[in-house]
Ligand binder design. Sequence first.
Ligand SMILES: *Cc1c(COP(=O)(O)O)cnc(C)c1O
Length: 426
Amino acid sequence: MSDRLPGFSTLAVHAGAQPDPTTGARATPIYQTTSFVFNDADHAASLFGLQAFGNIYTRIGNPTNAVLEERVAALEGGTAALAVASGHAAQVVILQQLLQPGDEFIAARKLYGGSINQFTHAFKSFGWNVVWADPDDIASFERAVTPRTKAIFIESIANPAGSITDIEAISTVARKAGVPLIVDNTLASPYLIRPIDHGADIVVHSLTKFLGGHGNSLGGIIVDAGTFDWSTGGKYPMLSEPRPEYHGIRLQETFGNFAFAIACRVLGLRDLGPALSPFNAFMILTGIETLPLRMQKHCDNAKAVAEFLAGHPAVASVNYAGLASDKYNQLARKYAPKGAGAVFTFSLKGGYDAGVSLVSKLQLFSHLANVGDTRSLVIHPASTTHSQLDDAAKVKSGAGPDVVRLSIGIEDKEDLIADLEQALGA
Ligand SMILES: *Cc1c(COP(=O)(O)O)cnc(C)c1O
């Protein structure tokens, strides 16, 4: 091998993997085992004391999951990663390392609906207080900072309308406040945007979406950028103070630029327990091998569909950052030059009834609550995910009665357009 650095597509296929040393198996085996035999008593003691790396028990780590972790860390340009059972589990594990009861974190208002619920209700019961800011108004993040702020959380490409966030501007606010910037990169995937290159300290994914890519397995992952100094000011005791669970070691001091990933594993995953099944890790690894091919096709199809919709007489407006006329097109050109993703919304002149009718007439699009599948998906938020909100609240969250959300798959774009045409026209 030459000493050139492998490119993104090469990493997507190879990073973290090697032929199985025992059997020669070329695909990464599914290590479907709960536990691992120790070499001897000293080996066991050193593993438990964090003096040696190795496998103990699948709730803490598993060799199949380890390949997935190394691969996503490589694709995102991080120092280490931790795979967990879902995107939501990843968010809990991250914030558990950063917040004590009574602390705050700032979150962008435009987020995946499940994250809005999790932050507002579930996290409140842990004593973690979310303070909302507007990703289109960077100063709103600055105004939200208090002495109890411990992190800032944003999405790179934001739900539901596929808007693009100015990661660098918000990372400047985070630096000034002395807190880490967490970026949910689910809708972009590292193929379109690598948030660490723009100042993110922690990247989180729902692997369930574009990384797994086939709508068949849940998973989540946390990537440590290795950029944040956890020792300053005693703000992050989980990382900087002696840990009684591990004979008084300090994680930052011991593990340096991958201390956050270690904390998530040995304090978060070990004690909260949302382990990823090695079978799901295998499915997601297989999906990642084709990420660059799929993502480019997703984006090219999405642009063609958005252009078709923008020219259709029944359509009032299209929110797709890849259109030259879109409010976020400038940011899309800067952050996601290969494509503006495949999830976006559009609104119908016929309002609520037209939305319900469209969804029921579409044949190739599946009507369901997911994104990032090979298949094209559609949902009418006002009659489903957001039906509990009043009309004003629906509009504010980008889910007005006339709004339809699409997640464009990798089928032939002509077939997707034909399906939309029949459903809009009939
Ligand atoms: C789906 C999703 C999540 C939650 O992930 P799960 O794997 O469903 O727990 C978080 N953020 C975004 C942007 C998502 O699309």
